[in-house]
Design a protein around this ligand. Structure first.
Ligand code: SAH
Length: 200
């Protein structure tokens, strides 16, 4: 998976590649799908949600340029796979999932694996996690039409990085936003297809 899907497509960060090599992805998928866990595609979770293709998880992770000291906000815990990757590469991860059964399953998986730097919340992530802001990085795994203002407000002005899919169903851009003081830059990394971010 790592050589063919990540290195061949340009993922270079050695720390990111090492984490993908070590983290067992099959622990995050249903028993029926375990033989597909390392394939080059997204996989189904319950309730119509998906665990992203490994390459997209790697691209989003790499774009946050993590050194190990960061405080990260993740919207859309899903299976917890992306959460686990972030928790290996950053200091603390705050993750929000709106579907209670998915949130509970991911928390059980991750706690069972011994993570103690992940903080869980069940509910709407579009308002972010104001009590814990600012965040050095924010990653959303579901697509809003426009960037929720809370994400920009809660992003650190000292080079905070936000990565998220943006746009309508089936036609989205994976965008990277970097905030320096009042200055906000935006770049498109690729086109992508995520489940919609459910907005209240
Ligand atoms: N990163 C996950 C992918 C999860 S798919 C993984 O690796 O498995 C996106 C998730 O975002 C879904 O579980 C969906 O329920 C959740 N989601 C959608 N809208 C949300 C919202 N407003 N707040 C929190 N989570 C949301």
């Amino acid at each position: 998976m790592v050589e063919q899907q990540l290195v061949n497509r340009g993922i270079k960060d050695e720390k990111v590649l090492a984490v993908f090599n070590r983290l067992p992805r099959h622990l995050f998928v249903s028993p029926e799908q375990q033989h597909l866990a390392y394939g080059d595609h997204p996989l189904a979770l319950e309730q119509g949600q998906t665990i992203s293709q490994p390459y997209i998880v790697a691209l989003m992770t790499e774009s946050l340029k993590l050194s190990g000291r960061e405080k990260i906000l993740e919207i859309g815990t899903g299976s917890g796979y992306q959460t686990a990757i972030l928790a290996k590469l950053a200091a603390k991860v705050y993750t929000i999932e709106r579907i209670p059964s998915l949130a509970a399953a991911a928390e059980k998986t991750l706690k069972g694996m011994g993570y103690n730097n992940i903080f869980f919340k069940t509910g709407d992530g579009t308002r972010g996690w104001p009590e814990e802001a600012p965040f050095d990085g924010i990653l959303a795994a579901a697509a809003p039409q426009m960037i929720p203002p809370a994400f920009l407000d809660q992003l650190s002005p000292a080079g905070g990085r936000l990565v998220l899919p943006l746009g309508a169903a089936f036609d989205q851009d994976l965008a990277l936003i970097v905030k320096n003081g009042e200055d906000i830059t935006r770049r498109v990394l690729c086109s992508c297809r995520f489940v919609p971010l459910i907005e209240p």
